[in-house]
Design a protein around this ligand. Structure first.
Ligand code: IPM
Ligand code: MN
Length: 352
């Protein structure tokens, strides 16, 4: 049977706890579907940085390229200044490994509470495709007249035709392969960002011609936020730039039931991809065995899908749904689940 090499980055805070449950589930699915997973642990994150001063050695980035996928718990530490770990680890990995898609499925599962009144699982089922290597995230810019009253901060958004086009092509392909097989929405700000959003729109319109069977439309980012809350059923796949994507995916995570269930993938379709729960390191819950592992488990399923084990991914998705339908998990929030982190993992495993 086939063996896949997986790099594990448990990371900080509750990262190791949720990754442990994720591993439990993907191992169970692997056994059932007759393939093997070979894990290698990497100690990266705030904890490691505080101890050793090391953030992310270049040699480790090179090592990651040899894996079939990467599985990340969380990076973030309250004692480390904001920006250091984000730029030094997470964004660095995305850029260096050219993980140019940030893929965020947004699906309301049965028995999961959404803050949106009267919205059901069939109303909240979309995927957000966020460009993951350009826009306002490249770090381009600088200060003028630093530390004077006339100081100016310039933060530049870099948008290349190449970067936009590969992202939009990915989104169209994904739309075509979805069960809904319906519509791709471009989210931007053409009424103000007359260079960046204009290039996005021209590229979108050009690629759309190759997919005449799919619907495509455009919504401004502010209106997108509004419609996510009012009419989420209008959306199927949404494609957008890096910062807009960062913002609307947090909003989307909330309407699908919160950070306890939201998973994401940093995808390089031709290379190594990294999968993670969206929730962050949640330091205050560390070591209590009360954090929700479902997001991490969902990220594990996305990872198996990416390496080509679609049946195993589907098995996990079905098991998550059955576990939720059982009514034994009372809430998606840490400490309110009615079960511990490990018990939720065991329950889901029992349905595989
Ligand atoms: C995310 C996170 C990151 C981002 C941070 C931690 C740098 O919020 O994955 O959405 O802004 O991309
Ligand atoms: Mn974010």
């Amino acid at each position: 049977s086939k063996t896949y090499k997986i790099a594990i980055i448990p990371g900080d805070g509750t990262g190791p706890e949720v990754i442990k449950e994720g591993i439990k589930i993907i191992e169970t699915a692997a056994k059932k579907n007759d393939f093997k997973l070979d894990f290698t642990d990497y100690d990266l994150g705030g904890q490691r940085y505080l101890k050793t001063g090391e953030i992310l050695p270049e040699s480790v980035i090179e090592e990651f390229k040899k894996f079939d996928a990467m599985y990340l718990g969380a990076i973030g530490h309250p004692d480390v200044k904001p920006g250091i770990l984000e730029k030094g680890i997470l964004l660095k990995l995305r850029f260096e490994l050219d993980q140019y898609i940030n893929l965020r499925p947004v699906k309301l599962y049965p028995n999961v509470e959404t803050p949106l009144k009267d919205k059901k699982p069939e109303d909240i089922d979309m995927v957000i495709v966020r460009e993951n290597t350009e826009g306002l995230y490249t770090g381009a810019g600088g200060f003028l007249k630093k530390d004077t009253p006339q100081e100016v901060a310039i933060q530049e958004s870099i948008n290349t035709r190449f970067g936009i086009e590969r992202c939009i092509r990915y989104a169209f392909k994904l739309t075509q392969n979805r069960a809904k097989n319906n519509k791709l929405t471009l989210c931007g700000k053409t009424n103000v960002l007359t260079y960046a959003s204009d290039l996005w729109q021209r590229t979108f319109n050009a690629v759309a011609k190759e997919y005449p069977q799919l619907k495509s439309d455009y919504v401004n980012v502010d209106a997108t936020c509004m419609w996510f809350v009012k009419n989420p059923e209008w959306f199927d796949v949404v494609v957008t730039d890096n910062l807009f994507g960062d913002i609307i995916t947090d909003l989307a995570a909330m309407i699908q039931g919160g950070m306890g269930v939201a998973a994401g993938g940093n995808i390089n379709p031709e290379g190594v991809s990294m999968f993670e729960p969206m929730g962050g390191s949640a330091p205050k819950y560390t070591g209590l065995n009360i954090i929700n592992p479902i997001a991490s488990i969902n990220a594990g399923a996305m990872m198996l899908e990416k390496i080509g084990e679609s049946k195993a991914a589907k098995d996990i998705d079905n098991a998550v749904i059955k576990a939720l339908e059982s009514g034994k998990i009372k809430s998606m929030s840490a400490g309110k689940m009615g079960l511990s982190t490990t018990e939720v993992g065991d329950l889901i495993a029992s349905f595989i």
